[in-house]
Design a protein around this ligand. Sequence first.
Ligand code: FUL
Length: 470
Amino acid sequence: MEATIKRAAQVLPSKRQVEWNCMEFYGFVHFGLYTFGPDEEGEMGAESFNPVKFNPLQWVRAFKAAGMRGLLLTCKHHEGFCLWPSAYTEFSVKNSPWKDGKGDIVREVADACREEGLKFGVYLSPWDMHEKTYGTPDYDVYFRNQLTELCGNYGELFCVWFDGACRSKDKVQDYDWESYYEIIRRLQPSACISICGPDVRWIGNEAGISREEEWSVVPKEIMTTERNPGYWRAIDTVPNSTWTDIGSRAFIRDYEELIWYPAEVDVSIRPSWGYREGEEEHLHSLETLLHMYEKAVGGNANLLLNVPPNPEGLFDEEDVERLAELGEAIRRMFSKSCITGARAQDSEGRDAGALLNGDREQYYESRTEEPFAVEITLDGETEFNLVAIKETIERGQKVEAFSLEAFGEGGWREIYRASTIGYQRICRFEKVRTEKLRLNILKARGRVSLTEVGIYLDAKETALQMMMSE
Ligand code: FUL
């Protein structure tokens, strides 16, 4: 095998990256001055901020109902307004009418997450339209001070999310990224630094679209470009997250240094990120959201779904209902497991039962680098239409091509074929009825380690039809 491919197979995730991947699905909350009116140029004042019914428990419960495992809050967005009483600016909740300037949105959201068992993360926009020092080295000091407040005062964070956006033309900030990372690593060692950071990369669009072939091992150049705000304006000239292929054999061949840099799909449930009246009529449909979920969480990426609170500080009822429907549909997808009493063996006759026990710590690993198959014998003839496969990413991402076959009267018949697996691949196909399923690993970057094969009968279509006819 070529040297580059051998090297790619040896690139492993950090513990924090594995933990992050296992979160799969979590929520984004865009809340700021722009919630209270259109604020494209960042001209609104702190006096506009007054969410009179603010109740983060409502947000957290709605996210939980959707099956999310965490919440990420825009503590400061591009307009520069801070949702916590920062000691380094007057432009914050402390000068708003909300709770007479004595409140702290970040604190209340962090507490609500903890109370309900969700992880909490902070978004801090590097681009700041309000702060006077922006564009000078003093801004680095300001930004580090704010990071220190957020990382030091609100308990454990699962992620710190930067944002690559920058539309300012006159002021250019040369961010001292390494000094930001140092603060996060010191105060929040288990938090992932996402977008413009070393741990998690942007999927490359904001429409909820995932790649068919998604690699977590990519050239280091992708990270360098991601730290260069506004880089997507130069999409054709420098390798970056928006490119269709950034991980295949053919692509990585030209690069020296490879890193583990998994993808996150970020998308809003509505057309805008922040609240805009009337957009409740344009929520993504349940079907679209489910599709995004299946393609992202089932396509080696995590899904970050944004829901904007209204000016009262609550999610609109329409969003709450859609989240509940989504959660119900996701739970239904995995509720009818077909593996009770099943057995698994590889093409050499070795036991592969570890794939069926649902325990991440136990896995099956192929003995050689050759293509191989695992045959699963079910407890009698069984009907199913969904298979979820997970590589043991702790041992790298290796699978480049695989297929699934079902055994029937005419012998083995292919029912699914795809390229990468990674953290997870959700395979959906026409319902089959069989006693035997075969997973063929057709091409891989070395020995393959798999931790799970789940087999399900998903009644999603039926459920959607029922909902529609109600
Ligand atoms: C973009 C920003 O400009 C949007 O407002 C939003 O925060 C999105 C998540 O990232 O780059």
